[in-house]
Design a protein around this ligand. Structure first.
Ligand code: ATP
Length: 209
């Protein structure tokens, strides 16, 4: 059983980057080094369907039609409303983001009890949601815009316009880089494995202090 001091040393790192930058790809490398990764976008979707408080808040905002008769989330309906009403989008985020933050903390504490040196929280909107301020370290993955667009078009089979529309909801890469403790350049030229290894070593070192 780890001691309380071991628990307090398990750092919370976050990883973000623009759409198609390669966050998930980089996270797979960290996982191969034994570092647990919390996929905030996955868990946000899970909490919307499974967390009673979040469901209540969403039903209060969008009505009972926000959930289909089988309990699934009516994403199309909610997306249609928030697209027209930024205040509703802010209210939706205010209901979901704190729930994800609580859930991520519980998950992190479990990993700490297992003696992990640090954990990674992966989220596309980590900085936009403000949750980066609760982390010990921030990693930002970058890639040239044209390459990011090409990657997402290939991966998702969507048009350039569709990718640009998703990019428009995200903070510019340069602003995230300004907040970063570590930057990983995923331009297809710099070795990803070498960069991840360096960040991993730095975080291992920081977790000992
Ligand atoms: P999103 O924000 O859309 O979730 P992401 O930042 O998590 O994207 P990935 O899904 O990791 O990005 O990468 C986007 C696509 O580009 C994937 O199909 C991935 O396989 C590919 N890709 C990422 N990095 C590289 C690379 N260095 N070389 C080749 N392909 C890559």
């Amino acid at each position: 059983m780890p001691t309380p001091s071991t628990i307090s040393k398990c750092l919370r790192a976050g990883i973000t980057g623009g759409i198609g930058s390669g966050k998930t790809t980089v996270c797979r490398i960290f996982e191969s080094l034994g570092i647990p990764v919390y996929d905030a976008d996955y868990w946000a979707k899970w909490l919307i369907v499974n967390d009673a408080e979040v469901k209540q808040a969403i039903t209060g905002l969008f009505g009972s039609d926000a959930y289909l008769p089988d309990g699934q989330y009516n994403r199309a309906l909610v997306a249609g409303i928030v697209f027209q009403a930024p205040a509703k989008l802010a209210a939706l985020n205010a209901a979901v983001h704190p729930a994800v933050e609580r859930h991520a903390r519980t998950w992190h504490d479990e990993q700490a009890r297992k003696g992990r040196p640090y954990t990674l929280k992966e989220a596309a909107l980590l900085v936009e949601s403000g949750s980066h301020q609760f982390l010990d370290a921030l990693i930002v993955v970058t890639a040239p815009e044209a390459l990011r667009i090409r990657r997402v078009m290939t991966r998702d089979g969507v048009s350039e316009e569709a990718v640009r529309a998703r990019m428009a909801n995200q903070m510019p890469e340069a602003e995230k880089v300004r907040l970063a403790d570590y930057v990983i350049v995923n331009d297809g030229e710099h070795s990803l494995v070498r960069q991840v290894w360096r960040v991993h070593q730095a975080l291992l070192e920081a977790s000992k202090q």
